[in-house]
Ligand binder design. Sequence first.
Ligand code: NAD
Length: 476
Amino acid sequence: MNLPNRLFVDGAYRDASSGRVTTLVNPATESAFAEVSSADPADLAAAIASARKAWESGWRDLAPGRRAAILFEVARRLREQLEEIAQLEMLQIGKPIGDARDEAGLGARVFEYYAGAIAQFGGQTLPVARGGFDFTLRQPMGVVACIVPWNFPFPIACWKAAPALAAGNAVILKPASISPLTALKLGEIAQAAGLPPGVLQVVPGAGSAIGDALVTHSAIRKVSFTGSTEIGRRIMELAARDLKRVSLELGGKSPNIVFADADWERAADSSPMSVFANTGQDCCARSRVFVERSIFEPFVERFVAATRKLIVGDPADPKTQLGPLVTQAQRTTVEEYLTDARARGSRFACGGGRPLPRGYYLEPTVLLGVGESDRCWREEIFGPVVAIVPFDDEARMLQAVNASPYGLSGSLWTNDLRRALRVAKAIESGVLSVNSHSSVHVEAPFGGFKQSGLGRDLGMAAMEGYTELKNVYVAD
Ligand code: NAD
């Protein structure tokens, strides 16, 4: 397999002008397997100039039908190369191949959705009081920056780039430095599908080296970011200088609430993967489980039994459910949380150790007796760790759920319709599922309340977020 290992700028692969590279390490084997060019601010400036030119000289004014046809062709080619994309994703972050295939398919589906959305996307006519004719236009912004994390590199690159392109913008896509391969492949495939050079460019590089230059560049009209709350805050501060538009999808500490009247056996069987999928490196991970006291013990027993059955191992094996953590540093961070939990007297119902001698693996870990002030309860761990607590009273449980500074996702299990509606309304989060753990739907808005971010990815909301809204009044 040919590894895409250079910047994708102005329609071609290019070396970084500094010659700097990032070494990629396969987290399942701990072996270095590739060196990828790492952009510096000069490369970035060249890419942004090319994007602006491509936007002004054609992409901005291309007929919507033509834009849609190109994006449908991108989707078709993504499907054609789905296996290669999945293999690259597996190599760079240790994602189990089954998940990597699903996520490659999701990326293609996102392009189809926004290609189709172009024909439905427009303004309104408004009956203004003074008469005449008033209408709104949804206009593209120009060049937008899409900054993507390493946990879902390909789908998140697609769900930022596709609506931005569909709305008529040019895109600078910055993958995380440790996971650039599938974003680069996307740039290459989109160009082959007919996207004009410069309209989608991919600039791998360390956030510390090019992040500030990207966010503060005067030609960038919007920054769409997914990553940690800490970096999101910094981006918002920098963007404030010239009132750049931002959308931020940040961290989470999502609840999973199980009432005694629910089909709690089904909840217990399915809940481990709602936190341990992607080895817990998931902003939607349901890492705080609240269980009504009358079913607490049998629920925990069943949850732990289901956790013990999860298959941890080689990401290339289609049966594997949990791969390694993404880097040695990430595993160290997660293990520090476990050390803290031990010191504070939490009980380990299962997990806590390293299951394999090689690779950055960690067992899925179930903690009981975690206190409200413990780090494992309050902070996003971003690893395979869950805490389960009992509750007696709905109102107090909701207070504890909403005490988190985050508000991204969550699940609620009950068969009482009125309770489901009441609790769903009361939870402070942008995404919630009832009797399910599904958070992401291409057609529906995805994003957070509070410190989980602002703005929305996916659905028509994302496409609107890549436009300026103009009102035009025409007198009689
Ligand atoms: P991160 O914040 O370290 O990095 C995210 C991206 O930002 C990377 O591309 C990185 O290179 C870049 N970056 C780093 N410093 C920058 C700077 N100063 N300026 C501009 N860009 C910079 O996050 P991560 O470790 O890659 O991802 C994990 C985090 O992402 C977790 O907190 C997780 O919850 C969050 N996340 C959120 C969602 C969501 O939709 N809410 C989805 C996935 C991940």
